[in-house]
Design a protein around this ligand. Structure first.
Ligand code: CV1
Length: 275
């Protein structure tokens, strides 16, 4: 069980919608978005979930909302990630790098980012049909179709479906059980929805965890073993071009800026260039 719906969630969603639609965020911004009616968008966000069991969200609960503000990325920039949630590294790299776009930078991802929400069947007194006290967590096995997971699953599917050109996926080289996790959204929803006809390359970025920095385990997995090798074969069997890079510099610099004392930074770190 996790926190309940974020207080003032309706106002927050409306405000973020206005920011995005007016192109105040420096993200690629489409003329199409300018005409979004934020009141209507926020209303459609809640429509499929209010007064609903938070563990029985229909797959299509957010379809009307997501069709009003679909996730869109510039050709050749779409970046997926999996197993690297803790430090927001891919999100922050994408924010300072126009070459990469993550779901959290798209219209629906920006609106919903870092918010909590779920439906409530028993009147909560607010009239919103949400539970402001407690919501199911992501990982709960007894509650797979939870309100929030259903949102990210559907938004992720749309992100993958519209991706064109080179795409990227950031994976955690030290993830317990393997960098490529079979049950992840990336494995079950994003990778299978990439389009072979328009995606020119899938670049795997395998990154160590500079904060945890387990000694001698900078690469518990490499590009040539374990679940990452499996992923490469899986993608090649789907007819994708695949490349794999360990600790790419674009990400390494940011990790070292953030975790300045990490033993993975500097000349003594295995795999780093001597500088
Ligand atoms: N995505 Br708060 C998926 N899950 C998200 C996202 C998000 N943008 N934002 C949040 N979550 P894991 P994954 C929650 O590290 O492969 C999209 C999810 O409910 O294993 O499952 C992104 O486009 C999930 O339980 O990664 C990204 O490419 C957890 O955080 C991909 O799906 C992340 O789980 C990542 O999902």
């Amino acid at each position: 069980k996790g926190p309940g719906a974020t207080h003032n969630i309706t106002d927050i969603l409306t405000g973020r919608c206005e920011e995005y639609r007016k192109c105040l965020l420096g993200e690629p911004c489409l003329p199409f978005y300018r005409n979004v009616k934020c009141r209507a968008a926020v209303e459609s966000f809640f429509k499929g979930i209010r007064n609903m069991d938070p563990c029985a969200t229909p797959d299509n609960a957010y379809d009307e909302f997501l069709n009003m503000v679909p996730p869109t990325t510039v050709r050749g920039t779409t970046m997926f990630w999996s197993g690297v949630m803790g430090n927001n590294i891919p999100q922050d790299v994408a924010q300072v790098t126009p070459e990469f776009s993550v779901l959290e930078e798209t219209f629906p991802g920006y609106m919903a980012g870092n918010l909590s929400w779920c439906g409530a069947t028993d009147g909560d007194g607010t009239g919103l049909g949400l539970n402001f006290t407690v919501c199911p967590t992501w990982t709960s096995e007894t509650c797979p179709n939870n309100t929030k997971a259903a949102f990210w699953a559907r938004a992720s599917k749309m992100l993958a479906t519209q991706a064109v050109g080179d795409v990227y996926v950031v994976l955690n080289a030290q993830r317990a059980g393997g960098a490529f996790n079979n049950g992840s959204i990336f494995a079950t929803i994003e990778a299978p929805n990439l389009n072979q006809d328009v995606v020119t390359n899938v670049a795997i970025y395998l990154i160590p965890d500079f904060q945890l920095a387990i000694p001698n385990e900078m690469y518990a997995e490499t590009c040539t073993n374990g679940s990452v090798l499996y992923l490469q074969n899986f993608l090649m069997n789907m007819n994708f071009n695949v490349t794999c890079e360990e600790n790419p510099k674009e990400i390494m610099w940011l990790q070292c800026a953030r975790f300045a004392n990490s033993p993975y930074c500097g000349p003594y770190a295995k795999g780093n260039p001597v500088v």
